[in-house]
Design a protein around this ligand. Structure first.
Ligand SMILES: O=P(O)(O)OC[C@H]1O[C@H](OP(=O)(O)OP(=O)(O)O)[C@H](O)[C@@H]1O
Ligand SMILES: [Mg+2]
Length: 179
Protein backbone atom coordinates (compact mmCIF):
# COMPACT_ATOMS: atom_id res chain seq x y z
CA UNK A 1 0.00 0.00 0.00
CA UNK A 2 1.34 3.46 -0.89
CA UNK A 3 2.91 5.21 2.13
CA UNK A 4 0.60 8.24 1.66
CA UNK A 5 -2.50 6.02 1.85
CA UNK A 6 -4.10 5.51 5.27
CA UNK A 7 -6.55 2.73 4.31
CA UNK A 8 -7.58 0.79 1.20
CA UNK A 9 -11.35 1.20 0.73
CA UNK A 10 -11.75 -1.01 -2.36
CA UNK A 11 -9.25 -3.51 -3.73
CA UNK A 12 -8.57 -4.06 -7.42
CA UNK A 13 -10.65 -7.25 -7.29
CA UNK A 14 -13.61 -5.58 -5.58
CA UNK A 15 -13.60 -2.78 -8.15
CA UNK A 16 -13.40 -5.27 -11.05
CA UNK A 17 -16.35 -7.26 -9.72
CA UNK A 18 -18.52 -4.16 -9.17
CA UNK A 19 -17.69 -2.75 -12.61
CA UNK A 20 -18.75 -6.05 -14.19
CA UNK A 21 -22.10 -5.82 -12.36
CA UNK A 22 -22.66 -2.25 -13.56
CA UNK A 23 -21.76 -3.25 -17.14
CA UNK A 24 -24.34 -6.05 -17.08
CA UNK A 25 -27.04 -3.67 -15.80
CA UNK A 26 -26.21 -1.08 -18.47
CA UNK A 27 -26.15 -3.76 -21.21
CA UNK A 28 -29.63 -4.82 -20.15
CA UNK A 29 -31.04 -1.27 -19.84
CA UNK A 30 -29.71 -0.07 -23.20
CA UNK A 31 -30.72 -3.05 -25.37
CA UNK A 32 -31.24 -1.84 -28.95
CA UNK A 33 -29.65 1.54 -28.27
CA UNK A 34 -26.34 2.98 -29.40
CA UNK A 35 -24.77 4.47 -26.28
CA UNK A 36 -22.64 7.62 -26.48
CA UNK A 37 -20.37 6.98 -23.49
CA UNK A 38 -19.05 10.34 -22.25
CA UNK A 39 -16.08 10.11 -19.91
CA UNK A 40 -15.29 13.09 -17.70
CA UNK A 41 -11.53 13.27 -17.75
CA UNK A 42 -9.17 12.90 -16.22
CA UNK A 43 -10.40 11.03 -13.15
CA UNK A 44 -12.91 8.80 -14.93
CA UNK A 45 -10.42 7.30 -17.40
CA UNK A 46 -9.79 4.05 -15.57
CA UNK A 47 -13.43 3.40 -14.74
CA UNK A 48 -14.45 4.40 -18.30
CA UNK A 49 -12.21 1.89 -20.06
CA UNK A 50 -13.03 -0.96 -17.67
CA UNK A 51 -16.78 -0.25 -17.75
CA UNK A 52 -16.91 0.10 -21.56
CA UNK A 53 -15.44 -3.39 -21.96
CA UNK A 54 -18.18 -4.79 -19.72
CA UNK A 55 -20.97 -3.36 -21.91
CA UNK A 56 -22.19 -5.59 -24.78
CA UNK A 57 -23.65 -3.86 -27.81
CA UNK A 58 -22.87 -0.65 -29.74
CA UNK A 59 -20.97 1.96 -27.70
CA UNK A 60 -19.27 5.14 -28.92
CA UNK A 61 -16.56 6.90 -26.91
CA UNK A 62 -16.35 10.62 -26.25
CA UNK A 63 -14.70 12.73 -23.57
CA UNK A 64 -14.90 16.07 -21.81
CA UNK A 65 -12.33 17.72 -19.61
CA UNK A 66 -14.02 19.43 -16.69
CA UNK A 67 -12.22 20.80 -13.71
CA UNK A 68 -13.54 22.03 -10.43
CA UNK A 69 -10.99 20.80 -7.87
CA UNK A 70 -7.61 21.53 -9.38
CA UNK A 71 -4.97 21.27 -6.69
CA UNK A 72 -7.27 21.21 -3.70
CA UNK A 73 -9.55 18.82 -1.86
CA UNK A 74 -12.67 20.99 -2.06
CA UNK A 75 -14.78 21.89 -5.07
CA UNK A 76 -14.34 25.46 -6.33
CA UNK A 77 -18.07 25.42 -7.03
CA UNK A 78 -17.37 26.44 -10.60
CA UNK A 79 -17.13 23.90 -13.39
CA UNK A 80 -14.83 24.76 -16.29
CA UNK A 81 -15.21 22.85 -19.57
CA UNK A 82 -11.64 22.72 -20.76
CA UNK A 83 -12.32 20.23 -23.58
CA UNK A 84 -15.84 19.73 -24.95
CA UNK A 85 -17.29 16.59 -26.57
CA UNK A 86 -16.50 16.01 -30.26
CA UNK A 87 -19.88 14.40 -30.98
CA UNK A 88 -23.15 16.09 -31.95
CA UNK A 89 -25.38 14.91 -29.10
CA UNK A 90 -28.75 15.64 -30.76
CA UNK A 91 -30.95 12.56 -30.49
CA UNK A 92 -28.22 10.53 -28.77
CA UNK A 93 -28.54 8.35 -25.67
CA UNK A 94 -25.74 9.64 -23.46
CA UNK A 95 -24.26 7.85 -20.48
CA UNK A 96 -21.97 10.18 -18.52
CA UNK A 97 -19.16 8.27 -16.83
CA UNK A 98 -17.64 9.81 -13.69
CA UNK A 99 -15.15 8.54 -11.17
CA UNK A 100 -16.79 10.27 -8.20
CA UNK A 101 -19.75 12.47 -7.34
CA UNK A 102 -18.81 14.59 -4.34
CA UNK A 103 -20.69 17.92 -4.05
CA UNK A 104 -22.63 17.14 -7.26
CA UNK A 105 -21.67 20.53 -8.72
CA UNK A 106 -19.93 19.10 -11.81
CA UNK A 107 -22.83 16.95 -12.97
CA UNK A 108 -25.52 19.42 -11.92
CA UNK A 109 -24.07 21.64 -14.63
CA UNK A 110 -23.23 19.01 -17.24
CA UNK A 111 -26.47 17.03 -17.38
CA UNK A 112 -28.78 19.99 -18.19
CA UNK A 113 -26.21 21.30 -20.68
CA UNK A 114 -26.32 18.04 -22.66
CA UNK A 115 -30.13 17.92 -22.54
CA UNK A 116 -30.28 21.54 -23.79
CA UNK A 117 -28.09 20.44 -26.71
CA UNK A 118 -30.83 17.96 -27.67
CA UNK A 119 -29.66 14.62 -26.29
CA UNK A 120 -32.47 12.02 -26.34
CA UNK A 121 -31.46 10.86 -22.85
CA UNK A 122 -28.70 11.57 -20.34
CA UNK A 123 -27.95 9.10 -17.58
CA UNK A 124 -25.12 9.02 -15.03
CA UNK A 125 -22.73 6.24 -14.04
CA UNK A 126 -20.23 6.90 -11.28
CA UNK A 127 -17.84 4.54 -9.56
CA UNK A 128 -18.02 6.44 -6.26
CA UNK A 129 -20.52 8.68 -4.53
CA UNK A 130 -20.08 10.74 -1.35
CA UNK A 131 -23.73 11.51 -0.43
CA UNK A 132 -22.76 13.32 2.78
CA UNK A 133 -20.96 15.99 0.76
CA UNK A 134 -23.74 16.84 -1.69
CA UNK A 135 -24.33 20.53 -2.27
CA UNK A 136 -26.61 19.86 -5.23
CA UNK A 137 -28.85 16.81 -5.47
CA UNK A 138 -28.22 14.82 -8.65
CA UNK A 139 -29.92 11.53 -9.57
CA UNK A 140 -27.36 8.77 -10.11
CA UNK A 141 -28.48 5.93 -12.40
CA UNK A 142 -25.52 3.57 -11.88
CA UNK A 143 -23.51 3.90 -8.68
CA UNK A 144 -20.51 1.70 -7.92
CA UNK A 145 -19.91 2.38 -4.22
CA UNK A 146 -21.03 4.90 -1.62
CA UNK A 147 -18.15 6.22 0.47
CA UNK A 148 -17.89 8.27 3.67
CA UNK A 149 -16.62 11.88 3.73
CA UNK A 150 -12.94 11.11 3.14
CA UNK A 151 -10.60 12.22 0.39
CA UNK A 152 -9.80 9.16 -1.72
CA UNK A 153 -7.24 8.52 -4.45
CA UNK A 154 -6.39 5.78 -6.91
CA UNK A 155 -8.06 4.11 -9.92
CA UNK A 156 -7.99 7.46 -11.71
CA UNK A 157 -8.71 9.67 -8.72
CA UNK A 158 -6.01 12.16 -7.87
CA UNK A 159 -4.77 14.60 -5.33
CA UNK A 160 -2.88 17.35 -7.11
CA UNK A 161 -2.43 15.09 -10.16
CA UNK A 162 -0.80 12.33 -8.10
CA UNK A 163 -1.91 8.74 -7.20
CA UNK A 164 -4.14 8.18 -10.26
CA UNK A 165 -2.25 5.02 -11.18
CA UNK A 166 -2.84 3.21 -7.88
CA UNK A 167 -4.78 0.03 -8.75
CA UNK A 168 -7.02 0.32 -5.66
CA UNK A 169 -9.04 3.12 -4.04
CA UNK A 170 -7.60 4.37 -0.76
CA UNK A 171 -8.03 7.16 1.77
CA UNK A 172 -5.25 9.73 1.61
CA UNK A 173 -3.48 10.55 4.87
CA UNK A 174 -4.54 14.01 6.07
CA UNK A 175 -0.93 15.11 6.52
CA UNK A 176 -0.44 14.78 2.76
CA UNK A 177 -2.82 17.66 2.02
CA UNK A 178 -3.21 19.51 5.31
CA UNK A 179 0.27 21.01 5.64
O1 LIG B 1 -19.20 16.26 -7.49
P1 LIG B 1 -18.10 17.29 -7.52
O2 LIG B 1 -17.84 17.96 -6.19
O3 LIG B 1 -18.24 18.25 -8.66
O4 LIG B 1 -16.72 16.50 -7.73
C1 LIG B 1 -16.62 15.56 -8.67
C2 LIG B 1 -15.62 15.94 -9.77
O5 LIG B 1 -14.36 16.46 -9.23
C3 LIG B 1 -13.28 15.65 -9.66
O6 LIG B 1 -12.75 16.13 -10.87
P2 LIG B 1 -11.52 17.18 -10.86
O7 LIG B 1 -12.08 18.53 -11.00
O8 LIG B 1 -10.64 16.86 -9.68
O9 LIG B 1 -10.75 16.84 -12.20
P3 LIG B 1 -10.00 15.45 -12.51
O10 LIG B 1 -11.09 14.47 -12.83
O11 LIG B 1 -9.13 15.77 -13.68
O12 LIG B 1 -9.24 15.07 -11.24
C4 LIG B 1 -13.88 14.33 -9.97
O13 LIG B 1 -13.10 13.63 -10.94
C5 LIG B 1 -15.25 14.69 -10.51
O14 LIG B 1 -15.19 15.01 -11.90
MG1 LIG C 1 -9.31 15.48 -9.49
Amino acid sequence: MHSDVKQVLFTEEQIKARVRELGAQITNDYKGKNILLCGILKGAVTFFTDLARCIDGPVEFDFMVCSSYGASTTSSGFVKIRKDLDSDVRGRDILIVEDIIDTGVTLSKLKPLLLERGAASVKIATLLSKPSRRKVDIPVDYNGFEIPDAFVVGYGLDYNSRYRNLPYIGVLKEEVYSH
